[in-house]
Write a protein that binds this ligand. Sequence first.
Ligand code: IPM
Ligand code: MG
Length: 360
Amino acid sequence: MSNMILALAGDGVGAEVMPAALEVLCQVAKTSRLDLEIREALVGGASIDEHGVPIADDTFALARGADAVLLGAVGGPKWDDLPFGKRPERGLLELRRGLELFANLRPVRVFDALTDASSLKSELVRGLDLLVVRELTGGIYFGKPRGIEVRNNERCGFNTLVYSESEIERIVRVGFESAKKRGGRLTSVDKSNVLEATVLWREVAETVATDYPDVTLDHMLVDNAGMQLVRAPKQFDVIVTTNMFGDILSDVAAMLTGSLGMLPSASLSAGTAGLYEPVHGTAPDIAGKGIVNPLAMILSVAMMLRYSLDAPDAAADIERAVAATLDAGYRTRDIALGLPGETEVGTIGMLDAVMARLTA
Ligand code: IPM
Ligand code: MG
């Protein structure tokens, strides 16, 4: 049976990392005898330029019918002046919400070869392997009322942080299930000393915990969690948290690996369909120069193989090839330290080095 994959390269460096990812995907599909049908479409600014909207209806329909969606990145200075509801980011947010991709998994792994690329001391990050589970379709990103309006003769901006019990329960369960398969420790991050929505979050997490006697649950306030992530990151196994806290903490955690250019992510619904994208965004400062690190996008393909296509061996092959490429000294600019044994390469050079190790 053929699997339909929708590839949405999007904007900025998305257009450079997507072809690299698809080349890797086609290679492992061949060796693992996976039957894939790859469709491509526009999203974000690219879609605004062509169709006037950040995602067209028929693209959305394609995404709904796909077994998995691969996404590059959306946004860029060209579209910054558009009204809020028409910005490229809406395309991504509508996909997350429309496909009910409520569980965002952001693994943070420090490859041995890159221990020195981190801004933290190498002993703090060597062997680091944690997972951020971020709620993705609720919370302050989507809560109503929201807007900017005039009150008492001045403009007021407002958003709503709201979570129902069922929304909390389903994401916390993903946290527990992930912890069960990993190190057996779950940290639920909230701001329950100030925000009622997260008082409820903490209560629900405690209730769900009774179903997982083999997982240790603890709670941490978000400000402390940010501090602990840069003080002693290896204390964490799995972190589960709200949409906005997860957005912030996953960028912090990402930098522990040395570069945002290394981090893949998966956004999952209750079924097997999912959306896979690098965490790095469009990086307008380096877009079009052929220097972007394609590894986060390539590692996102590995996550797709594991979570949506039931091809864990193919996923492991890609992860091994990436580790071997780094061990061999290949570095894009974002992870280069200028040490002996390193070879600085561009996007294509990195892709070729990975492909050589995949086919070896
Ligand atoms: C992310 C990004 C997005 C978010 C933006 C592009 C809307 O920062 O995926 O982390 O805030 O969720
Ligand atoms: Mg973010």
